[in-house]
Design a protein around this ligand. Structure first.
Ligand SMILES: Cc1cc2nc3c(=O)[nH]c(=O)nc-3n(C[C@H](O)[C@H](O)[C@H](O)COP(=O)(O)OP(=O)(O)OC[C@H]3O[C@@H](n4cnc5c(N)ncnc54)[C@H](O)[C@@H]3O)c2cc1C
Length: 374
């Protein structure tokens, strides 16, 4: 017997779960707050790792489609000192094993792989409550409700489903990313484009960094990372992009112009992304009829793993439900038994990586990691 699964959130995790369930003939509905697939830009490039992201796509039966999305040559890495000196330059020689794809294209691929109508757009969950007997009622912002016997919270950092399982809430990790884009950079910002090179560029110093990625079509995607309290960022008026960019760039006075141009040359208004995390080792006691995956379960500092892990969680949960037809509690128990230690280990590694990249030892920790000394 297969029971219908209700998934909250059409991010990469929720969609992978829906797809793996579909592969096994298990029906699911995904309720998503955004009004349509195009409602929001989906962010930058993701490198997909063999042991989690790629394994999930394999389970989803989408490896061929995925290969068609890979951007060649984007696995190159460079580390640049604030004065512009090249500290490390690793070209993409085709052996990296971490293929890069655009997040939006990956999401589109997953959406296209689902039966029409699986995702219900414009359904923002405002609350959930227990009905007893393992059933839950989900309430949407427009006041409508659905009742379900199998509920999965794949609704990211600020999950509305998580309170059914845990009191944990994300806390500010002490640093924020500020995101900008430069378009047609080889022509319009040649020095910046050359400095970024063919893939990822890291210019790190204690407490402040400029990271950039070459995306498709000559687009450079810049992340400025600053270790500052939230009220420091609140004092910057992001509704005045020119002044905001100038204020952020001031933190990099004295840095080489080919680096600061990645901030001052921005073609888009800066977007602030404060980094929040759940406590490392976040877990919960089994509650009948409901579980979590992805950021809702284990929000950690960005370490290049979050999307990979969310997809892997989705694939693992889908496989567990398929392996225990008619006994979702066994499936949830099996899934969570592996999820908790896996997430705890990944969260600890993400914290270590963040310290190497953005802590007081930057940039030497990262370089040691690249050269295999860490
Ligand atoms: C700056 C930055 C850079 C990153 N870079 C990388 C990287 O290079 N590689 C990598 O693997 N990871 C990266 N990550 C992490 C990655 O983005 C996340 O871990 C991943 O997106 C989690 O996927 P998810 O499906 O769990 O949640 P999400 O992607 O957050 O999806 C949740 C979905 O639920 C929806 N939703 C939320 N609330 C509700 C509601 N109330 N009702 C209905 N729907 C709702 C949202 O609209 C969204 O579509 C990065 C994160 C940040 C902040």
């Amino acid at each position: 017997m297969t029971t219908h699964v209700t998934i909250i959130g059409a991010g990469l995790g929720g969609l992978t779960l829906a797809r793996v369930l579909h592969v096994h003939g298990i029906p699911a509905t995904v309720y998503e707050a955004e009004s349509s697939p195009a409602a929001r830009a989906q962010g930058g490039m993701l490198d997909i790792h063999d042991h989690n992201g790629r394994a999930a796509l394999q389970a989803a039966g989408l490896i061929e489609e995925f290969r068609g999305l890979v951007l060649d040559g984007r696995q190159a890495s460079r580390a640049i000192a604030p004065d512009g000196t090249v500290l490390l330059d690793e070209p993409d020689d085709g052996t990296g094993g971490r293929p890069e794809v655009m997040r939006g294209e990956l999401r589109r691929m997953l959406l296209d792989s689902l039966p029409a109508g699986t995702v219900r757009w414009g359904h923002k969950v405002s609350g959930v409550r227990t009905l007893g007997d393992g059933r839950h009622e989900v309430t949407f912002a427009d006041g409508t409700t659905v009742a379900t016997g199998l509920l999965v919270g794949a609704d990211g950092a600020w999950s509305r489903v998580r309170p059914l399982l845990s009191d944990a809430t994300p806390e500010y990790a002490g640093l924020s990313f500020v995101e900008t884009y430069l378009f047609d950079a080889d022509t319009r910002h040649p020095a910046g484009a050359k400095t970024v090179g063919g893939g990822a560029m890291y210019a790190l110093a204690p407490g402040k960094s400029i990271l950039a990625h070459r995306e498709s079509g000559g687009t450079l995607h810049t992340y400025v990372v600053l270790r500052r309290p939230l009220d420091w960022f609140a004092a910057i008026d992001l509704t005045d992009p020119t002044a905001a960019i100038a204020r952020i760039a001031r933190e990099f006075d004295g840095w080489a112009p080919e680096l600061t141009t990645l901030i001052t040359g921005a073609d888009t208004a800066p977007v602030l992304r404060p980094v929040h995390t759940l406590p490392g080792g976040h877990r919960w006691d089994r509650v009948p009829g409901v579980t979590l995956l992805g950021d809702a379960a284990h929000l950690m500092p960005p370490s290049g793993e979050g999307a990979n892990l969310a997809m892997y969680d989705g694939a693992e949960l889908g496989a567990a439900l398929a392996a225990h037809p008619g006994d979702a509690e066994d499936a949830f128990t099996e899934y969570e038994r592996a999820l908790f230690p896996r997430s705890a280990a990944e969260a600890a590694e993400a914290v270590r990586l963040h310290e190497l990249m953005f802590g007081d030892g930057a940039p030497h920790g990262l370089i040691a990691m690249f050269t295999g000394e860490q």
